[in-house]
Design a protein around this ligand. Structure first.
Ligand SMILES: *[C@@H]1O[C@H](CO)[C@@H](O)[C@H](O)[C@H]1NC(C)=O
Ligand SMILES: *[C@@H]1O[C@H](CO)[C@@H](O)[C@H](O)[C@H]1NC(C)=O
Ligand SMILES: *[C@@H]1O[C@H](CO)[C@@H](O)[C@H](O)[C@H]1NC(C)=O
Ligand SMILES: *[C@@H]1O[C@H](CO)[C@@H](O)[C@H](O)[C@H]1NC(C)=O
Ligand SMILES: *[C@@H]1O[C@H](CO)[C@@H](O)[C@H](O)[C@H]1NC(C)=O
Ligand SMILES: *[C@@H]1O[C@H](CO)[C@@H](O)[C@H](O)[C@H]1NC(C)=O
Ligand SMILES: *[C@@H]1O[C@H](CO)[C@@H](O)[C@H](O)[C@H]1NC(C)=O
Length: 582
């Protein structure tokens, strides 16, 4: 092999045939030393033993593979352009050694067992991203003593563990082994020896065990991503030593205990992602100290107590996601200085608080406010009868359902008039009032839930221009009057129309059957009179009708349409559900 390779690297006018590697080296030395003419030097390619050995190692490894895409066919002695021109390879400027090997998305099928890592003492970057490698990552990988970047992510059949040999890669700055099929691998303590590391991305590789305390030595680390593993134990105090850390992602593990107080030293932290763990206790007050912290996701843990009132002290917070925890309180003015805040989510905690008092002036760029399933009390109304969110004109998601909020919203123009609002759920509170008529209705609204409150008055005319509305739930209120005949024409996208348990009366307009997308229509427990519209079920032609107890079930097999009609004297109670595709 060495002889053929040497042949392949013909130098100047010399044709080196059938030489051993050391002989080639000797010839090379002689050539270079005897070269006095600059012009000659320029045409001589200084082939060293390094690149010969590297090419040889690559070809042996290629021969061991079960498959690869076309790009690896350039790895061939027949290719006269030389190793440095092979696909996926970069050499140093002298073309004497390979410095980068980047084989991404090349459908590599095979193992790394025959990869002679020791042949690449100068390799700076090894990237084998998104291939079909299987087998283990060999211990020998530690022989890549110049390696700065290692990325073997998205090779789902790679099994085994993370080799301790990784700890020998003293130059390593980026370690990326995400999306592998490792079985019960742990984080080797030796990673703590790699003090040049700036980036660790070891996500979705089924890591078990705990985060080693030696990680505290990684003082240059900027990114720590251990997302989606099965790590247990506490978050080590030592992580507070990573004072360069910008982003920490420990999402979806089994970590327990509290957020260490040493986190207050992470003053460069920009994103903190700890959701879906078993963390608990109080969240340290200093969490908001970092002037760069913009994203916090601590949802789906067991945090409790008062949410840190100084969370916006740093002045950069954009997103705080704290849903599904056991927080019991939000102090008044918690969000006072949160001028940059856009997304707030406290779904399903145990928060007892006056929501309006938590804000001073709500942030103008607020886009999402979700505090559903808590114990919020008080009103949403300021002294002038408007909701306190009027200045948050970019609001697109508002979910305050399942709380104890009260107040008459009749005079709030802005609430029904927020141009960007797409989803509003105020259901299951004690809110009241009529939905006023407005000159500039919301055209972006897709979902409006007002169920189980004390709203009254006519069917909201304001919805007439909400052409994108998909869900309308007005159930369990005191709405009255008739259902307007414009409903099907004006709301062509409507799929869920829930009007039960109100005081709607009059005849059911035949237009109600003209929705193209309707999946559930619930008109039960109202005061409708007259007959069921005669074109009922004429979407497609009703072909079968069955009597069953006190109801009538009509089937349209084509769409598995089910209609339940319950006839009680002159008043009809309707529950009509369309179940499409079973
Ligand atoms: C890899 O090669 C083996 C042996 O030829 C074959 O059985 C297997 O299906 C290949 N895997 C993929 C993902 O192509
Ligand atoms: C030789 O390698 C170059 C660069 O990788 C490639 O473009 C070319 O197609 C290869 N030629 C052969 C015959 O494989
Ligand atoms: C590397 O780390 C291990 C375990 O943390 C330690 O025992 C060893 O001394 C370290 N080696 C070097 C060369 O730093
Ligand atoms: C890391 O942090 C721990 C605990 O906060 C501290 O005791 C230790 O001295 C630090 N280690 C290094 C190497 O900085
Ligand atoms: C962090 O914030 C707390 C309270 O918000 C403050 O008392 C403390 O001085 C701050 N610490 C640092 C290191 O800035
Ligand atoms: C908001 O900022 C003001 C002025 O700096 C300060 O007095 C107040 O304590 C801050 N509020 C909170 C909750 O951090
Ligand atoms: C419902 O509204 C009617 C007027 O439309 C009113 O007379 C009645 O008291 C209201 N009922 C409740 C429970 O609010």
């Amino acid at each position: 092999m060495a002889g053929r390779l040497a042949d392949y690297f013909r130098i100047g006018f010399y044709s080196v045939v059938q030489q051993s590697t050391s002989q080639t080296q000797a010839i090379m030395k002689h050539l270079l030393l005897s070269c006095t003419c600059l012009l000659l030097c320029a045409v001589v390619t200084p082939v060293t033993a390094d690149i010969l050995r590297e090419a040889e190692a690559l070809l042996s490894w290629k021969a061991s593979l079960d498959g690869a895409d076309e790009s690896l066919s350039s790895w061939s002695l027949a290719n006269s352009s030389g190793v440095c021109h092979w696909m996926h390879i970069s050499c140093n400027s002298a073309r004497s050694t390979i410095v980068n090997l980047n084989i991404s998305g090349a459908s590599l099928n095979g193992t790394l067992d025959k990869f002679d890592f020791s042949a690449f003492p100068n390799l700076n970057k090894l990237i084998l991203f998104q291939n079909g490698l299987h087998g283990n990552i060999p211990e020998g990988i530690g022989d890549l003593t110049s390696l700065a970047r290692l990325r073997i992510s998205s090779n789902w059949y790679v099994t085994g563990t993370i080799p301790r040999g990784i700890g020998r890669l003293k130059q390593l700055t980026e370690l990326q082994l995400g999306g592998l099929g490792l079985d019960g691998a742990t984080l080797p303590e030796e990673i703590g020896n790699l003090t040049s590391l700036t980036k660790i991305a070891l996500y979705s590789i089924n890591l078990t065990g705990s985060i080693p305390l030696t990680f505290g030595r990684l003082k240059k680390l900027r990114l720590l991503n251990l997302r989606n593993n099965s790590l247990t134990g506490r978050i080590p105090l030592e992580i507070g030593n990573m004072t360069e850390l910008h982003r920490m992602d420990l999402t979806r593990n089994y970590l327990h205990g509290q957020i260490p107080g040493t986190f207050s030293r992470l003053v460069k932290l920009n994103g903190l992602l700890l959701s879906e763990n078993q963390l608990g206790g109080d969240v340290i007050l200093e969490l908001g100290n970092s002037s760069r912290l913009s994203y916090i996701n601590i949802a789906k843990n067991s945090f409790s107590g008062v949410f840190p009132p100084s969370i916006c002290a740093g002045g950069a917070l954009v997103t705080v996601l704290a849903a599904y925890n056991g927080f019991t309180s939000l102090r008044s003015l918690t969000f006072q200085n949160c001028t940059t805040l856009e997304h707030i989510d406290f779904t399903e905690n145990k928060i007892v608080a006056d929501l309006m008092a938590c804000f001073g002036k709500p942030p103008e760029q607020l886009r999402g406010l979700t505090v559903s399933n808590n114990h919020l009390y008080g009103t949403l109304l300021t002294d002038d009868g408007e909701v306190f969110l009027c200045n948050s004109t970019r609001l697109s998601l508002l979910d305050l359902s399942n709380n104890a909020l009260n107040g008459d919203l009749s005079n709030s123009k802005c609430l029904w008039n927020m141009r960007h609002l797409e989803f509003m759920d105020l259901s299951s509170n004690s809110l009241s009032g009529v939905v006023p008529f407005l000159a500039t209705p919301n055209r972006n609204l897709q979902s409006l839930h007002l169920a189980n409150n004390h709203f009254s008055g006519a069917f909201p005319l304001v919805l007439k221009k909400s052409k994108r509305l998909i869900t309308l739930d007005l159930g369990g209120n005191n709405f009255s009057g008739g259902i307007p005949s414009w409903i099907s024409k004006s709301l062509p996208e409507l799929r869920f129309l829930l009007l039960s348990s109100n005081m709607f009366d009059g005849i059911i307009p035949s237009q109600i059957l003209q929705f193209r997308q309707l999946q559930i229509l619930d008109l039960s427990k109202n005061k409708f009179t007259g007959r069921i519209p005669s074109n009922f079920g004429n979407f497609t032609g009703m072909i079968q009708e069955q009597k069953n107890g006190n109801g009538t079930y009509c089937y349209l097999p084509a769409e598995q349409l089910r209609i339940v009609l319950k006839n009680e004297g002159y008043l009809y109670n309707f529950t009509i559900s369309f179940i499409v595709g079973t």
